[in-house]
Design a protein around this ligand. Structure first.
Ligand code: TTP
Length: 714
């Protein structure tokens, strides 16, 4: 459900960076001989040449598109190079692409608040850095604007006048009489062009970008001029940009809501939507959605760039088309095992590297009832609290599947094993882990608090061991506590940040020449046949844009952790000492680039053909659009004044690190009696409330479908 958020009163500068034909670029970096050639990445199965999932811009010129299979693409473009995705556990292994995406995110995060929106898309809030540039080094005072910025497409400028395009852009960027909003966007354009060059220098990947005053407009603009170009959306151009857009192209209008607008109100473009008053839209779609529709028709969107460098969820899935369809529980179980094994590895690595814990396991499937003339029956997505460890994930995923299957087949629990082999077939299975939050620090914080405040705590080691033995829980969500305690053995709050992979990436920042050379020159310089690469870099570096402050970013994560630690301790202190909670919020193509790619074909390439074989019949499709289809709703935890309820607040940042649910009650025995009493009073209502809501154990989530979750009295 879309959420109507008003635009903040101060102008923001938001960019969406979108990698060009991403998987292809990753493969071309691995196999440089493919650069400049029409190339496509295909699913690892090679039935009819494999399904195309990423297509280079050279291949697109031949009409090759994503709906085709390799064989069809070869007919259109006989020289197309088909590269298969890597395979692990009998399915596509996307780690290569995920890691490549992380490289890009680590670079972009140096400049502003950064939200990883999908495997190859990143939102950036550049407001602060653009404001700083405007006050210190406004574009109108710059001696030179770099080539990449001058290639920006500025919506509303007459781009037909090709000869003057660079000049038109320069005039627009450097106008001294421009509005403050436009001046900020001009700074944004300069900053983004430099960032894109930086990404290219460090990763060899090109990307495109949209630069606007909000996320929605930046996203729409980012794909308007690809590859390797950027598009700026001044406020004056918003209407012209939105009016002709088909309604279904708008985010969140691709599905039922968009269809309803078309069928119920005859709206097919965003311009049509403008004809309806806010009241009328509210009448049809409710207050919030009505206002949201009214806003987006006018380019208004207050959605914030969430500071999130890591994916919101982890998912592993597989399609089983045609003869590969799964027909038995045993085959489903076997695949779920593989999927869960992969999921488990990714969860563990997220926990180890980023100190993040996933809380919800979800299973999706697509199933056909074969005894009903092959009818597709919607398999209900099933979720339960997530337990760490491969066997537990496997066990829970299977239970979720069985529970969904019973629903699809209208069966009671006992009947599940008896279903005839031919009663159903499964064509898709996926497991995902969501609700990923920072590793709970409740138990740990309390202990640390008392250790650091009571001189009598002479035996820390002993206390830790005591906790380890006493706190092993049985319920699903309590598993988090086990993980935490285990993790606490190895780590302390003080080294929390040091192990962050993102920080690691930032620390390995290589020294680069702060230049604004064009992408064309970059690639020429990368060409090993071109002499004196170093020399050329140095020459180019003279031509640098004014630098936007950087370098403090590495410190940022450490500062945040310090601040977090301080906040946490002070909360614990005040809560425990005073016994009260605080309510705390807390193609058109760029000429030089195309010329470059053409120039890349001949020299410096190996004749070796590294394209893997495409034989076989398996048919699989897997997409890892990290959070691409998720609505960005950040969960926040708040503890109210009476300490009686726990609820999610979607509008404020989570600043509380201490979640009463995560406190292992065995720890309380370690505390002085008067504090024990206070804490128990504090915890009981919350625990009871949650227990009543969800049931005490994972078993409740697998009750027969039509039976609601049982309620339990503690
Ligand atoms: P996209 O950003 O949609 O496309 P792209 O990067 O290949 O090309 P463009 O330059 O037009 O943005 O997707 C990013 C990657 O995600 C893509 O390279 C491959 C993968 N992907 C799939 O695996 N399956 C899909 O259905 C889509 C759309 C993408």
């Amino acid at each position: 459900m879309p959420v109507a958020r008003p635009e903040p009163s101060d102008a923001r500068v938001i960019a969406l960076i979108d990698m060009d034909c991403f998987y292809v670029q990753v493969e071309q970096r691995r196999q440089p001989q493919l650069r400049g050639l029409p190339t496509a990445v295909v699913q690892y199965n090679s039935w009819k040449g494999g399904g195309l999932i990423a297509i280079s811009y050279e291949a697109r010129k031949y009409g090759v598109n994503r709906s085709m299979r390799g064989d069809e693409a070869k007919k259109l473009c006989p020289e197309i190079q088909l590269v298969q995705v890597p395979v692990a556990r009998g399915k596509a292994d996307l780690n290569l692409y995920r890691n490549a995406g992380s490289e890009v995110v680590a670079i972009l995060a140096r400049k502003g608040r950064c939200e990883r929106a999908s495997i190859d898309e990143v939102y950036l809030d550049l407001t602060d850095v653009a404001e700083a540039m405007l006050s210190e080094n406004p574009p109108e005072k710059l001696e030179a604007i770099d080539e990449e910025t001058l290639k920006s497409h500025i919506l509303g400028l007459d781009e037909e006048v090709d000869k003057q395009k660079g000049e038109l852009a320069r005039e627009w960027l450097c106008r001294s009489n421009a509005s403050q909003q436009d001046k900020l966007l001009a700074c944004g354009a300069i900053i983004v062009a430099e960032l894109r060059m930086q990404v290219l220098r460090e990763t060899e990947f090109t990307c495109s970008a949209g630069i606007a005053h909000n996320k929605m407009l930046a996203k729409l603009a980012s794909s308007m001029n690809k590859p390797s170009q950027q598009t700026v959306v001044p406020s004056s151009a918003v209407k012209g940009m939105l009016d002709p857009l088909p309604i279904k192209k708008m985010k969140q209008l691709g599905g039922k809501l968009g269809s309803s607008l078309q069928s119920d109100l005859g709206i097919s473009t965003v311009g049509d939507l403008l004809k309806f008053s806010e009241e009328k839209l509210q009448e049809h779609y409710g207050t919030n959605t009505g206002t949201w529709l009214w806003n987006i028709a006018r380019g208004i969107s207050g959605d914030e760039v969430e500071g999130r460098l890591l994916p919101k969820s982890h998912g592993c899935g597989k399609n089983f088309a045609g003869p590969q369809a799964l027909k038995t529980l045993a085959s489903v179980e076997s695949w779920l095992k593989d999927l869960c094994e992969e999921l488990s590895e990714r969860l563990q690595s997220d926990l180890d590297q980023n100190k993040r814990v996933a809380h919800t396991l979800t299973l999706h499937a697509t199933i056909y009832k074969t005894n009903d003339t092959d009818q597709l029956k919607k398999f209900p997505s099933k979720s339960c609290p997530l337990r760490y460890g491969t066997p537990k994930l496997q066990e829970d995923a299977l239970k979720l599947f069985n529970s969904g299957l019973r629903e699809v087949l209208d069966l009671q629990r006992a009947d599940i094993q008896g279903t005839s082999k031919s009663a159903w077939v499964v064509t898709h299975l996926s497991v995902s882990a969501g609700k990923i939050l920072a590793k709970p620090s409740g138990t740990h914080s309390i202990l640390r608090f008392f250790h650091s405040h009571e001189s009598s705590s002479s035996s820390k080691e002993q206390t830790y061991n005591g906790i380890d033995q006493n706190s092993v829980p049985s319920g699903g969500e309590n598993q988090v506590v086990v993980n935490e305690v285990e993790a606490n053995k190895k780590t302390t709050i003080n080294n929390y940040v040091n192990s962050s992979s993102i920080q690691g990436e930032q620390q390995k920042e290589t020294s680069y020449h702060k230049d604004t050379n064009s992408i064309l020159r970059f690639f020429h310089n990368r060409d090993p046949s071109c002499p004196s690469q170093e020399q050329t870099y140095n020459e180019i570096s003279q031509n640098s844009m004014p630098s936007v402050p950087s370098g403090s970013e590495n410190q940022m994560a450490a500062d945040q952790a310090e601040a977090k630690k301080g906040t946490m301790i002070s909360h614990v202190k005040s809560n425990l000492a005073r016994g009260e909670t605080q309510k705390e919020t807390t193609q058109k193509g760029s000429g030089p680039i195309l010329r470059f790619f053409q120039a890349q074909r001949a020299p410096c390439t190996s004749s070796e053909n590294a394209v893997p074989s495409t034989s076989g019949t398996e048919h699989e499709q897997e997409s890892d659009r990290v959070s691409a289809h998720e609505e960005s709703q950040k969960e926040k935890v708040e503890i109210n004044d009476n300490m009686n309820s726990l609820h999610h607040d979607e509008h404020r940042r989570k600043r509380w690190s201490l979640n009463p649910e995560e406190i292992d009650t065995s720890v309380i025995d370690e505390l002085p009696p008067e504090i024990q009493r206070e804490i128990r009073v504090w915890l009981q209502p919350i625990k009871r409330a949650k227990a009543a809501q969800r049931g005490p154990s994972i078993a409740d989530y697998f009750s027969p479908a039509k039976k609601g979750p049982q309620s339990h009295n503690s």
